[in-house]
Design a protein around this ligand. Structure first.
Ligand code: B12
Ligand code: SF4
Length: 389
């Protein structure tokens, strides 16, 4: 039985928005369900130019499907596009032991779960309200839709030069989600806003990943290097990654639109699950600890080996000699990825203990890539020793 009796299209849109806000979304807009033809063309071109390299799952077929709402939901008429803030006051700083930095979006609970549940709830409420089964599909991040293109079309925000969607009230600190439905809803107009002449994000990016306004070279982005990348981090980027162990917020931290961004209302994103981890603890984390600690965290995406690899790089960049014993211990780790990055960190930290640890390890190492890392690191450590003497 229908709860809502007024069938006027304008009223329905108002009710959809009210429901979304009641469910905890901070922003809601309506986009038409027409194909995203221009965004499809831009994205396919980026793949062909190699700018999405390193993401084997980001295929042309996936982009084509994601840009065609009819392929996602036959009979789709509109997209309810939502934003939920994850912005919150800064994480705690750790005195003494070297700590890593984690991108804000991963400080709390896993947003995929939180937002998908809310979108499912929204679809249910719409069905109840209208007294009929509303056909709907929901997407957040891991689906084929281009979430930012839908958000921009629905007037939630505009594309920043760092490629993130910026919103007036919550800056770019928002997750974006979509409910594709068969409801006929009047679309909202896109915002008439741009970043003007500001290029702070481009200048601040340490790896030069924003190769032009609105264009990211995925393979250079610290977010990719620390999360999606499963292998070794190219050596030239390691010193530029500072203490980032999961994601990177630099191009958002410097954005003037983010200065006055409102904080999140969502408890799940206010938790301090993973903010400024002790790096040695992260490096020594067992498989069991990993599973326990990251069960409901977006940071599990990097896997245990990725997080420990990243901890090595951050320890190498810390300049903290206190990290040497843990890194020497890691030269005997089961994972070649960790052994190789521990070697690099020791080369960067230098000192007699680091050099001796590397000399002992290189003789017993069997993995060719790790041997190469160890030899390069030894060269570094010896050069630093010679400088210091
Ligand atoms: C792949 C991916 C990544 C990759 C690649 C990034 C990239 N450039 O695409 C990596 C791992 C690096 C990454 C990093 C991050 N990501 Co990410 N990522 C995605 C994912 C899965 C797909 C993005 C995509 O389609 N890329 C294709 C490229 C071509 O798209 P694009 O760069 O946005 O380019 C568009 C515009 O530039 C526009 N365009 C092109 N030319 C022009 C010209 C003008 C004038 C204008 C106005 C526009 C324009 O058209 C293009 C196509 O739509 C989405 C989720 C999803 N399903 O959409 C999340 C998503 C984009 N990521 C997100 C987040 C939070 C991040 C990080 C902030 C995480 C972090 N702190 O570490 C960083 C930000 C890095 C950055 N500066 O972009 C959020 C962004 C939220 C927001 N407010 O924008 C999303 C939407 C997930 C979500 N649902 O909330 N991500
Ligand atoms: S997330 Fe970091 S590395 Fe990636 S584009 Fe932004 S500043 Fe550059």
């Amino acid at each position: 039985m229908a709860i809502w009796h007024n069938g006027a299209v304008g009223d329905l849109k108002k009710r959809v928005k009210e429901c979304a806000l009641e469910l905890g979304f901070d922003l809601v807009g309506i986009a038409s369900a027409e194909a995203f033809s221009e965004h499809q063309a831009v994205t396919l071109e980026r793949i062909r130019q190699g700018l999405m390299d390193g993401l084997p799952w980001f295929t042309e077929a996936r982009v084509r499907r994601g840009c065609d709402p009819q392929a996602l939901l036959p009979g789709a008429r509109s997209i309810v596009t939502v934003g939920m803030s994850y912005h919150r006051p800064d994480g705690e700083s750790r005195d003494g032991a070297p700590a890593g930095r984690v991108a804000r979006y991963a400080w709390g609970d896993d947003y995929h779960k939180v937002i998908k549940e809310r979108l499912r709830g929204l679809a249910q409420r719409l069905s109840q309200g209208l007294g009929r089964e509303v056909a709907a599909r929901w997407y957040v991040d891991d689906g084929p839709m281009l979430d930012r293109a839908a958000a921009e079309r629905g007037g939630i925000g505009w594309f920043g030069k760092n490629t993130n969607v910026l919103t007036r009230s919550h800056g770019s600190w928002v997750f974006l989600g979509q409910l594709v439905t068969d409801l006929e809803l009047e679309p909202d107009p896109p915002l008439k806003k741009t970043c003007g002449s500001c290029v702070r994000c481009i200048d601040a990016c340490p790896t030069g990943a924003i190769v032009a306004p609105y264009v990211i070279d995925n393979a250079r982005c610290i977010s990719h290097l620390t999360i999606e990348n499963r292998g070794a981090i190219p050596r030239e980027y390691r010193p530029l990654m500072y203490d980032w162990v999961f994601g990177c917020d630099i191009c958002q931290d410097v954005c003037p639109v983010n200065v006055k961004a409102a904080y999140t209302r969502e408890q799940a994103f206010r938790k301090r699950r993973f903010t400024s981890p002790d790096l040695v603890g992260l490096l020594r984390m067992s498989e069991e600890e990993f599973r326990e600690r990251f069960r409901n965290s977006p940071a599990k995406r990097a896997k245990r080996s990725g997080l420990r690899r990243n901890a090595c790089v951050a320890l190498g960049n810390s300049g903290d000699q206190g990290a040497v014993p843990a890194l020497v211990e890691a030269l005997e780790d089961d994972e070649p990825l960790v052994r190789g990055h521990a070697a690099w960190a020791l080369g960067r930290l230098g000192g007699d203990d680091a050099r001796r640890g590397l000399e002992a390890a290189v003789g017993r190492e069997e993995d060719r890539d790790v041997v190469e890392e160890m030899e390069l690191a030894l060269g570094e450590a010896r050069a630093r020793g010679a400088e210091g003497s």
